[in-house]
Design a protein around this ligand. Structure first.
Ligand code: ATP
Length: 256
């Protein structure tokens, strides 16, 4: 990575978010780079999820939230194109695995196409299902039970199914909101390995409470505190020579 010029995929400029009267993000500006893993860390309530939700315009589903500022994805202002288009380019995976309970594994993977009324030919659908499950490192475990319900899988497998569902739409960015916090250590390390592999095909923004996880798998780390971006840079630098005292204190477990 050293010496390479990173290509900017997302530019966040002067982002402010308000929940009613309460300001949750204060003038946040940063860039996310193509094919890199970016961790957003910080104590509870500092605005990590709020920032992530701006990237796919999720806040617009709640009329009490106001978002000010600019976000460019591949140079396009995401507020100037239909929200559905933005969401198609930015797959999202949540803390708790949430496969659609009444759908088979197969239908879960291609659910995004159905929700968007995109018709797939049988061959095309088969190919997308296989490819996405392979990318999510789940194919081998489920290839003989594709028509069983996704909810029969273990928690870690369900989370990989949710990752496959997001990847099926061929997003540019994968937004992961504490994707391992509901999982056991073995499933967690499986997902961490997967994230490291996935960055070859997709850019990743990961919200995590887990400092060690940010250190293990991210290339860039952002540290947020009380709605502000305190520090952002290559993970190695942030972890070894943080420039802000609050980052140092957070990393050494003094708060959070
Ligand atoms: N829907 C909402 N309505 C009102 N306030 C909200 C809402 N969502 C978040 N907040 C507030 O905004 C601030 C930032 O919340 P956010 O969820 O982004 O923090 P976080 O860093 O992701 O926290 P955690 O690590 O606990 O998930 C907090 O003070 C939170 O209480």
């Amino acid at each position: 990575m050293e010496g390479e010029t990173m290509k900017v995929l997302i530019q966040v400029q002067d982002l402010n978010v308000f929940y009613g009267e309460q300001q949750a993000l204060m003038s946040v500006s940063l860039e996310f780079y193509e094919n890199q893993v970016h961790a957003i860390m910080g104590p509870s309530g500092c605005g990590k999820t709020t920032l992530l939700r701006c990237l796919n315009r999720m806040h617009e589903l709640d009329s009490s939230v106001r978002v000010d500022g600019k976000i460019f994805l591949s140079g396009i202002n995401i507020f100037s194109i239909p929200a559905m288009e933005v969401r198609r380019m930015t797959g999202m995976v949540f803390q708790r695995p949430n496969p659609f309970p009444n759908m088979s594994i197969y239908d879960n993977v291609i659910a995004g196409y159905k929700l968007n009324n995109i018709h797939l030919k049988k061959d095309e659908a088969n190919q997308i299902v296989e490819e996405s499950l392979k990318k999510a490192a789940l194919w081998v475990e489920v290839k003989d039970k594709l028509h069983k319900r996704g909810t029969f899988l273990s928690g870690g497998q369900q989370q990989r199914l949710c990752i496959a569902r997001a990847l099926a739409m061929k997003p540019k960015v994968l937004l992961l909101d504490e994707p391992t916090s509901a999982l056991d250590p073995k499933s967690t390390s499986h997902i961490e390995e997967l994230i490291t592999e996935l960055k070859n095909t997709v850019t990743i923004v990961l919200v995590t409470h887990n400092i060690a996880q940010a250190g293990r798998i991210s290339d860039y780390t952002a540290f947020m505190y009380l709605g502000s971006l305190v520090e952002y840079g290559p993970t190695e630098k942030v972890f070894t020579i943080p420039s802000d005292k609050r980052t140092e204190e957070y990393l050494s477990g003094k708060f959070g």
